[in-house]
Design a protein around this ligand. Sequence first.
Ligand code: CMC
Length: 431
Amino acid sequence: MADMTKTATLSFGDTSLELPVHSPTAGPDVIDIRKLYAQGGVFTYDPGFTSTASCDSTITYIDGDKGELLHRGYPIDQLAEKSHYLEVCYLLLYGELPSAEQLEDFECRVTNHTMLHEQMQNFFRGFRRDAHPMAIMVGVVGAMSAFYHDSTDITDPWHREVASIRLIAKMPTIAAWAYKYSIGQPMVYPRNDLDYASNFLRMCFAVPAEDYVVNPIFARAMDRIFTLHADHEQNASTSTVRLAASSGANPFACIAAGIACLWGPAHGGANQACLEMLREIGTVDQIPEYIERAKDKDDPFRLMGFGHRVYKNFDPRAKVMKQSADEVLELLGVEDNPTLQVAKELERIALEDPYFVDKKLYPNVDFYSGIILDALGFPTAMFTPIFALSRTVGWISQWKEMIADPQMKIGRPRQLYMGETRRDYVDVENR
Ligand code: CMC
């Protein structure tokens, strides 16, 4: 990794340090500051990690300027077009596309782990009916460490493998059951003759009184949503998983931490927030008011589903998602639905408005995924759980990569302390 011919010189005061520079296979060079404190007695300051590489990784690469997303080198649009979610899971986990035999074996292993320990139903029932499904997911996934003791030893590669398969396999069941519980319907058990996406749709929408026949176009759209969310490099939730894992915590606890982080509206919670915003806007004539609010520095309102920390040209996932949205909406014949009209007009205005153009704020993946999920019949509260189940493979792949890395250390950022310096305690009567 390190290109020892390249160094960077850092000078401050009387000190001058030569720092090694690593050249990646793609992306900008990286200055290695690991010895900076030991040799120079200073820290670096980078809140929000805007210029800091926290690890080396071989899984996903994003070129934000080009609008490119690669998994193990393969462009996301090719994967979304030609592959399917479980094949992408294999690619992320093991580094290469599977042979037909490897894929069959992998699908079989995932399918055979889709059921939950029966006692876990009690866990769901402990929640209030009006609990957000993300709250249930954080709890239930964390609780998996209490049910699957044979996959919590992170030093054992077989435990790590079994934990990975279990998480990928059980996440749709957990998400679907969180939904069923919140609407007061019986939980639907997985069916092993269905593919991953169809099984999830059925577990969400079938009832004992009436089965749910999965439309193949819906299943394809669902599978694409899973595929497009599968991994996204060192984003907030993935970094949370890595940081939690760096202490040696078990995989279920780490993924629960990732789910908790994903829930926020600036991250995975944006898909729910976006559709709620479109509904709040309500009609096309209200859009200018919301655009003005988004531009107003004194108003905290932001256009949800717009902007991205890394993509400054376009979000390649959004392109595919938009195409998928068009397919589903055409099939359902709901192109004239008011929310959709607001979405289309908002997209048009924002793409032309100098504020959004100058700041490079484009519709992101969440702008279109919410529209598809709404059309498929999901309530907004299920949008982020669906993101979480899709991203599980990314979290797990990054977790496995990190645990196997001999350079792994507990994550321990430093700080720029701006508080009081040492002072003596004052008794309460003298304050
Ligand atoms: N609406 C209005 N203004 C915005 C928006 C927005 N959605 N996003 C950024 N800006 C402005 C922001 O006010 C700032 O202006 P100024 O330079 O005048 O202070 C400028 O653009 C840069 O914004 P930033 O907050 O410094 O950028 P960031 O990289 O820290 O934030 C973001 C990225 C995604 C958190 C942000 O764009 C945002 O809050 N978007 C809405 C939420 C959203 O859709 N999130 C989903 C992201 S994609 C799914 C995922 O990966 O989780």
